[in-house]
Design a protein around this ligand. Structure first.
Ligand SMILES: O=C(O)CCC(=O)C(=O)O
Ligand SMILES: [Fe+2]
Length: 214
């Protein structure tokens, strides 16, 4: 009923399927746009269970506030003028992706999600159940990120890497599969206003970025 339509990223299924020969990720995904409010396609929001729509609305509002605080702190850290920053993030976009990874007896032969970086500014990720699966890449090696009950993982996305001129790096990550246990995660992507043009903040020149990195 909520299947992804062709050329859309919103709904239930798998995005980025471009060929019959392609190896698919071992995951079922429901992606919904949650902000700005006028971008919500409420027909794609399941009406069952009855609490779903209200819960998602509340979750969206709370995470918007967490993301806003974190982005503000990063801007301060970078020495960016608050106005420049707030213009970009006023009416920010947000999408929630609910990932379900079924168990697979041949878990080492499949990937839940192939390696990627998020195109967002900032992703807040909830590992819903206590099954390990998220890996992040650092210096060519993959490191597991263990689930902590109730904790959100803040992953930097491509937009913040661009805005900060590389001071904050968009983290490459993937999800692996468990042979016996299913796994759930919820990724909430925060992006700039839909009509914004993104480039490194004027305050951060190349020299500045090098010295902060050190
Ligand atoms: O399931 C995870 O831990 C990763 C999810 C993810 O990277 C994504 O949805 O973009
Ligand atoms: Fe991701």
């Amino acid at each position: 009923a909520f299947a992804l339509l062709p050329n859309s990223l919103e709904g239930y299924g798998q995005a980025f399927v471009v060929s019959d020969d392609q190896k698919l990720d071992w995951a079922d995904i429901l992606t919904l746009i949650t902000r700005p409010l006028q971008s919500r396609n409420i027909d794609l929001w399941p009406a069952q269970p009855l609490t779903f729509r209200d819960s998602l609305s509340c979750y969206s509002m709370e995470l918007k506030s967490v993301a806003g605080t974190l982005l503000e702190v990063m801007a301060k850290n970078l020495g960016v003028a608050p106005e420049e920053f707030s213009t970009l993030f006023q009416d920010q976009t947000q999408a929630v992706r609910i990932n379900y990874y079924p168990p697979c007896p041949r878990a080492d032969e499949v990937l839940g999600l192939s390696p990627h970086t998020d195109g967002s500014s900032l992703t807040l990720l909830l590992q819903v159940n206590d099954v390990e699966g998220l890996h992040i890449r650092k210096g060519g090696d993959w490191y597991p990120v263990k689930p902590l009950p109730g904790a959100l993982i803040a992953n930097i996305g491509d937009i913040v890497e661009i805005l900060s001129n590389g001071v904050y790096k968009s983290v490459e990550h993937r999800a692996i599969i468990n042979a016996k246990k299913e796994r759930y995660s919820i990724a909430t992507f925060h992006g700039p206003r839909e009509d914004s043009v993104v480039s490194p903040f004027a305050e951060i020149g190349r020299g500045a970025s090098r010295s902060i990195c050190r």
